[in-house]
Structure formats: C-alpha cells, structure tokens
Design a protein around this ligand. Structure first.
Ligand SMILES: Cc1cc2nc3c(=O)[nH]c(=O)nc-3n(C[C@H](O)[C@H](O)[C@H](O)COP(=O)(O)O)c2cc1C
Length: 355
C-alpha cells in the first residue's frame, strides 16, 4: 500500500486516503443555494475516490460572497440544498468538508468568465468590508473600515455558518483565511493598518481569526469536529505576511484547537511576485509541520501520482490537495492508485471497467 492511500484519522474523522479535493468556486449557485451542478460536480469526485472533498468557498453572509453566484450557508434553504449532496458523497466513502468564507474587500465582483471585475452600480454591486479603507486594486471600491459591530457580525456569521454546515452533515469545517479575502486581510500588514486591538502586532492581526475559531467551537457540536484553516503562508510582497509569522500563527491555531493548516499563498495584492512551479508551496507546509507540530496539507500544481505519494511518504505534508487536476480528471484517485500499483476499492458499479 502506497502512503498516498493510507487512511488518516483527524479530529475523530476517518479519511480513507490522503487526497483532498481543493475548494474551488464554481459560481453556480442561485441565491447561495447549490443545486444539480454541485451534485454532479462533487458527486463525480466522490465516485472517483477522493478521500476528503472540501466544498468551494461558501459565503457565511450575502455580503461575504465573492460574486452573486457563490454558494452560501447562512440559512435553512442552504442547509437543505447541501444535505443530499453531502449524503451522496459520504455514501461513496468520501469525507466531506466545507470552506466557510467572507470575501471582504474582494467581494462584489462579476463572474471570472466575465473578467472578474467589480460589479458596477446597476449590476447589483454591494458595499464591501475590510480592516482598513484600502481597495484591493485600481478599479476596486474602497471597502468600509469595519467597526466593532461589523466585526461581531462576521464572527456570528461564521458561527452560524458552521452550525448550518454541521446540520447539513459536513465532517470538517475549513475556515478560509487565505487568498486576500477578509480574514487574510486582517492577518496581512499590507491590508490591515488598524490602530485598535485588531491591527498592529501579529497577535492583534490574528485576533479576528482566533475569535472566529472560538465562536465556531463554542456554540455547538463542532467542538468535536475538526477545524481546518487555509492560510496564505506568504503574501509574496516585501513587508507582507511571511513564513516566520505563519509559523507563529500556526502555533496559535494549534493552541486554539485547529486540526490542520491548509498551506496556500498569495492573493493579497495584484503586484505580488509569485514563483510558481509544481509543489511551489510545499516548502511552507513542511516548515509549518515541523516547527508548529501540526498536521498540514500541501497544494499547488500537484498532478502526478508519484509526486503526491512522495509528498506524504517523505513527511512534507499529511494530505495532498488536488485542484485543477481533479477538474480535468474526476477519477484521479482511482487512476493514481492504478499508476502506483495499489489496489484500492472501486465503486461497485464501475468494477467492470477496472483495469
Ligand atoms: C476554478 C478555481 C476555483 C478556486 N476557488 C477557490 C476557493 O473557493 N477557495 C480557495 O481557497 N481556493 C480556491 N482556488 C484555489 C485552489 O483551491 C488551489 O489552491 C489552486 O487551484 C492550486 O491548486 P492546483 O494547482 O491543484 O489547482 C480555486 C482555484 C480554481 C482553479
């Protein structure tokens, strides 16, 4: 058995292999309600053998969505829509996670296939929020500098989102603190210029994230469910968030009961200088795993089964996150097992096609 296909138990949840499907926005929900597309899309990856599926960035509030077509989890309609999808994917043997998100100053944009520009007045644009009144880029609106009331609402929204996710049957909650969205905007000195207890030192910039985690754990049964946090380990900008801060943050997250850090990077500003190649973020994952002694997942251009197996085998990460390659090939885990010569269980209905 190759290590890629060894099961993992994390926070009481059993995951049949080390393959995690990356959260990927599909911009296909109506009023936040997921539907037939999501059943087909997520269901196919469950049939294809994915160990843990993390559902796309899902808004904890209407204004927290990137676009009007993002999935949402702030009301009962959202819970009911997710239930059959979660149930089906779990019946295929996948564990199910959901990424809870607030887009902050990068909210209120149109669809990526329409160039992902900020919505204009008359196109349904809404007031964006941020730690400081600094726009993401030229052409983006100035976000409202959040006051204490706004911050308390966001914390409550994450707690309600987590409770709803629990009701919908999700096993894992992933908090989106990466890619330049709201929580990342608080963490990064590039976007957070606050003078109050939410700005300045790393402890202060991490306060919102830690309060969100506390609220998520306090209110409900999630106390016993694993919480993952996706962070941008580096901003790729001088004077930005860096690996040193990320290691300290990871220690704080471990202390607060987080089970795994999903190690991504970038997204806080357009002019970041990223050096992108297969596995380009794995060094960050390894360093956080070693120095903060916490489980991590590694992501970024991982496409080859041998490489994915090496990542687990060499102790770089506890899980590998596959994004675009799983879009190209929903059965990537089944194919990876074949390529690695590991016999894993196939979906019964597909057995006659097993090579
Ligand atoms: C279509 C698409 C949508 C994405 N949406 C999200 C998202 O909702 N949340 C997130 O954290 N990352 C998102 N990402 C980033 C992926 O999760 C992943 O980190 C990135 O694609 C790198 O992995 P890959 O090279 O395996 O695709 C998205 C990427 C793609 C291609």
């Amino acid at each position: 058995m190759r290590r890629l296909f060894e099961p993992l138990e994390i926070g009481g949840v059993k995951i049949k292999n080390r393959i995690m499907m990356a959260p990927m926005c599909m911009y296909s929900a109506e009023d936040g309600v997921v539907g037939a597309f999501h059943m087909a899309h997520l269901g196919a990856r469950a049939v294809g053998g994915t160990g843990l599926i993390i559902v796309e960035a899902t808004g904890v509030s209407q204004e927290g969505r990137i676009s009007p077509y993002d999935a949402g989890i702030w009301n009962e309609k959202h819970v009911e829509a997710f239930k059959p999808i979660v149930e089906f994917c779990k019946s295929c043997g996948s564990a199910m996670g959901i990424q809870l998100a607030h887009a902050g100053r990068k909210a209120s944009v149109n669809l990526p296939w329409l160039r992902e520009e900020p919505l204009k007045r008359g196109e349904g644009a809404w007031q964006t929020l941020g730690p400081s009144p600094i726009p993401f880029d030229v052409g983006y609106p100035v976000p409202k500098e959040m006051d204490n009331g706004d911050i308390e609402k966001v914390i409550r929204d994450f707690a309600v989102g987590a409770m709803n996710a629990d009701k919908a049957g999700f096993d894992v909650i992933e908090i989106h603190a990466a890619h330049g969205y709201l929580i990342n905007e608080f963490l990064s000195p590039i976007s957070n210029k606050r003078k109050d207890k939410y700005g300045g030192t790393l402890n202060n910039r991490a306060r919102l994230l830690l309060e969100v985690i506390d609220a998520v754990k306090r209110g409900n049964r999630l106390r016993n469910k694993p919480i993952f946090v996706r962070i941008s380990v580096v901003d790729w900008i001088d004077g930005g968030f860096d690996i040193k801060s990320a290691v300290i943050l990871a220690k704080m997250l471990k202390e607060s009961g987080v089970s795994l850090i999903d190690c991504s990077s970038g997204g806080i500003a357009q002019d970041a200088k990223m050096d992108v190649y297969p596995g380009y973020q794995l060094g960050f994952a390894k360093e956080i795993r070693e120095k903060a002694d916490i489980a991590v997942s590694g992501v970024g251009l991982i496409t080859e089964p041998e490489f994915a197996d090496f990542i687990i085998n060499s102790g770089i990460a506890d899980m590998v996150v596959i994004g675009r390659e799983l879009i190209r090939d929903p059965h990537w885990p089944l194919h990876a097992a074949q390529k690695l010569g590991t016999d894993i269980e196939w979906p019964k209905r597909y057995l006659r096609a097993k090579l």
